[in-house]
Design a protein around this ligand. Sequence first.
Ligand code: AMP
Length: 221
Amino acid sequence: MIIILLGPPGAGKGTQAKVLAERLKLPHISTGDMLRQNVQARTSLGLEAKDFMDKGALVPDELLTEMLKMRIAGADTGEGFILDGYPRNKSQAGILDAMLKKMDRELDFVAYLDAGEPVIIQRLSGRLVCRSCGSNFHVTNMPPKRKGICDNCGGELYQRQDDKVETIKKRLEVYLKETSGLIDYYSKQNKLHRISADGASSVVLDQVIQLAKGADDSLKV
Ligand code: AMP
């Protein structure tokens, strides 16, 4: 099953995608995580992408497309995959459609995680991310057992550069201008399922799973 998680920054796409990936035994493909790994490893892609990311702007398609194409063609994607953070605009949706068509595959399901601005700002401004394994925590909603240390791998927790309040506002503007048009794009294809993402992540996950099962009754969860 090929799934897209769509929604504003802070709707919980990364958190949901990680758990969903474990439950459905599908790889989680996050363009944001892949870009951050490139920034950390100081690859030429990472060096070019960093400025855009720090400002909360979109990284241009010509930098991203090859990275995504290689990942989607990976050996572990035969049963499907979960895309988190891609596509971010209609141009990317078209690029993805073309990639899938070439591979003779089809998108099955789009979960639109809808969250309001106060929730988004509260979530993102308190988010902590593990430098080693990428797990997410939150200063108040989901604090780690030991301050600054990842519960899962003992790695160092940090605040993402783009999770500062000013950059969050810029990312929300970019979302409204570029990404929100995809709601209509996927609705017209009858693939979009709206889920309120203001509540607890376990409740959101249950809804995503129920709707995904409705879209594909062979799904084993
Ligand atoms: P995310 O982790 O999905 O919030 O992404 C963090 C940042 O990475 C974004 O603010 C963009 O700068 C960049 N990024 C991630 N995915 C994309 C994408 N599909 N298109 C353009 N830029 C992206």
